[in-house]
Design a protein around this ligand. Structure first.
Ligand code: LLP
Length: 413
């Protein structure tokens, strides 16, 4: 892939250095459009899961397309607002919202809290009362559905920390009149991430739909149903078969076609993963006694997914051309065996200095990066029809250590 969104990647890497995260604005807009088209005719809103890629320029792109935000922290709230997302398009999920975070979200007037425990519900009531505002809330349902994805990103089984059972949610609604400052009139479900089959979605949506009907019959109006994110993407060409947005939307229509309230969706990965690549250079080739290592200048601190989830990411040379195939363990410079992007990967033969693109890194790439091994955070660039914009400069060593200081101001608490 010599070119991405009309931009020559060799020249770009020359100019901005590597490792470098690049994102195609065109590809992101296309994905947003596909989902919006698939949902056309429904009263539906898309809230981008900020955690997938919280860069300001990416969030601005979302905002310009009418997309709101699904946030899980005050930091993400700040980013969404800074990017121009209106507060009434922001929903707040997560099991560990702190009192300060809830208070701040109440102050700016977000659309909805996706509440995940009774304690959180009571905290929300107390803090909304203190501000004399009414919080709009949805119960996050844990439907006990196996998303058939990696265990670490599966969230909808009853053993997971997320949401509450339908039985518990039923009790919340029965007692909702006691909540003077919480309008409990929404349902929320998110069963996991990188989901490649319709069945888990079908099960979850059917359970939520049945519960919505039961609640309506019991006199509890449900004004919004948030169906979460989770749509998978293609990380391995020819192997991963992502769902089509139209089929996913068809499922929504089947389960909730007669629902008259607002439907919300919280895609993260689907909108940005395939729109991003991590550009990296080959530092050297090391012939080990058992394996041949391709040592890159990117490492697990730049892209954690392979070491954390054994995730596959396609890796391709930026220069086209025919070269014989070779088998490598593709690794980074970090001092851990886990710093491995791929084992026994067949690639066109590489040489030091070659530029490679690790694909599918637009989601949960830069957002999960760290400075482990004191490696500065990589730069990020947005590409759009032949032009590029630097949207995060490479962290300097000074920036990396800013905030640290010698222990000379000793005190007792
Ligand atoms: N809504 C909620 C409440 C979530 O917890 C998540 C993701 C999403 C929406 C967006 O899910 P998506 O559409 O992106 O699948 N770091 C992992 C993924 C963690 C996902 C966490 N929650 C990875 O790199 O695979």
């Amino acid at each position: 892939m010599a070119c991405f969104d009309g931009v020559g990647l060799h020249a770009l890497a020359e100019r901005l250095g590597t490792p470098l995260n690049v994102y195609s604005a065109g590809a992101i807009r296309r994905r947003i459009g596909e989902l919006q088209d698939a949902l056309a005719g429904l009263d539906a809103g898309i809230c981008f899961a900020v955690k997938a890629n919280p860069n300001l320029a990416i969030l601005q792109l979302m905002a310009q397309a009418g997309v709101g935000a699904d946030i899980v922290s005050a930091g993400e709230l700040r980013r969404a607002l800074n990017a121009g997302m209106p507060a009434d398009r922001i929903v707040f999920s997560g099991v560990g919202k702190s009192g300060e975070e809830i208070a701040e979200a109440l102050r700016v007037g977000i659309a909805r809290f996706n509440v995940e425990s009774l304690d959180e519900l009571h905290t929300l009531q107390r803090l909304a009362k203190a501000q004399d505002v009414v919080a709009r809330a949805a119960v996050r349902i844990n439907p006990d559905v196996d998303a058939r994805t990696h265990a670490k990103i599966s969230t909808g089984k009853s053993e997971n920390k997320f949401g509450v059972s339908i039985a518990e949610a039923r009790d919340w609604f029965a007692a909702r009149q006691a909540l003077s400052h919480v309008q409990l009139d929404g349902l929320h479900v998110h069963i996991g991430s990188q989901i490649l089959t319709l069945e888990p979605f079908r099960l979850a949506f059917e359970r939520v739909a049945a519960f919505w009907r039961e609640l309506e019959r019991a006199g509890h109006p449900i004004r919004s149903i948030d169906l979460g994110g989770g749509l998978g993407v293609c990380y391995r060409a020819g192997e991963d078969r992502p769902l089509r947005a139209a089929d996913y939307a068809g499922l929504v229509r089947e389960a909730l076609g007669d629902y008259r309230g607002r439907l919300l969706f919280e895609p993260g990965r689907y909108l940005v993963a395939e729109a991003g690549v991590l550009l990296t250079r080959v530092l050297r080739i090391k012939e080990g006694s058992e394996r041949r290592f391709l040592v890159l200048d990117a490492a697990m601190n730049d892209l954690q997914r392979p070491s954390l989830y054994d995730a596959w990411h396609d890796i391709v040379p930026v220069s086209p051309g025919t070269r014989p195939a070779a088998t490598y363990d593709v690794v980074g410079p970090v001092c851990e065996t886990g710093d491995t992007f791929a084992r026994a990967r067949v690639l066109p033969e590489c040489a030091p200095g070659d530029l490679l693109a690790i694909q599918g890194t637009g989601a949960y790439g830069a957002s999960m990066a760290s400075t482990y091994n004191s490696r500065p955070l990589a730069a990020e660039a947005l590409l759009d029809g032949g032009r590029y914009a630097l949207i995060r400069r490479r962290q300097t060593l000074e920036e990396m250590v800013a905030g640290e200081q010698p222990a000379h101001d000793w005190a007792t608490p």
